[in-house]
Design a protein around this ligand. Structure first.
Ligand SMILES: [Zn+2]
Length: 143
């Protein structure tokens, strides 16, 4: 069972980005490393949300993904996942159907933050192959 470590500083940085883009969804990368069954996030990198309807979905430019993976190729750190926000009246950090349909890399962790005027809620997930050979997102612990 995998867990992800998000320090308060990292959470604050994601919170800040989500507020800045509100009511659009924000998105970005989680940078860090894996140790045993723990993903340790040490930094985040903001990405541009290029979705046509950024209020309801996020999409990262594929070139941004290639660039960031290249950048960390020869370092001890790597892209361990990505995050995006769900700006909603009701706090919701569960993956949408569209999120699940867009899983393209089973090694990347997903952090979803539900955000509204009252607060913020963080959840993390890992892709998991289903019996039907499609992906689902399985909730993992944030420590
Ligand atoms: Zn989503």
């Amino acid at each position: 069972m995998v867990s992800i470590k998000l320090s308060n500083q990292i959470k604050n940085n994601i919170h800040h980005h989500a507020l800045k883009e509100y009511p659009k969804e924000c998105c970005g990368f989680l940078i860090g490393y894996a140790k045993d069954n723990l993903l340790i996030c040490v930094d985040i990198k903001n990405a541009n949300n290029i979705a046509k309807n950024p209020q309801n979905f996020f999409e990262i430019n594929p070139q941004d993904i290639i660039n960031i993976q290249k950048k960390y190729r020869n370092t001890k750190l790597l892209v361990i996942g990505h995050y995006h926000s769900h700006p909603n009246m009701i706090l919701n950090s569960k993956p949408s159907k569209k999120d699940i349909d867009s899983i393209h890399d089973s090694n990347l962790c997903w952090v979803i933050v539900g955000i509204n005027n009252d607060g913020i809620e963080y959840s993390a997930y890992m892709p998991e192959l289903t019996k039907e050979n499609t992906y689902d997102l399985k909730k993992i612990n944030i420590i």
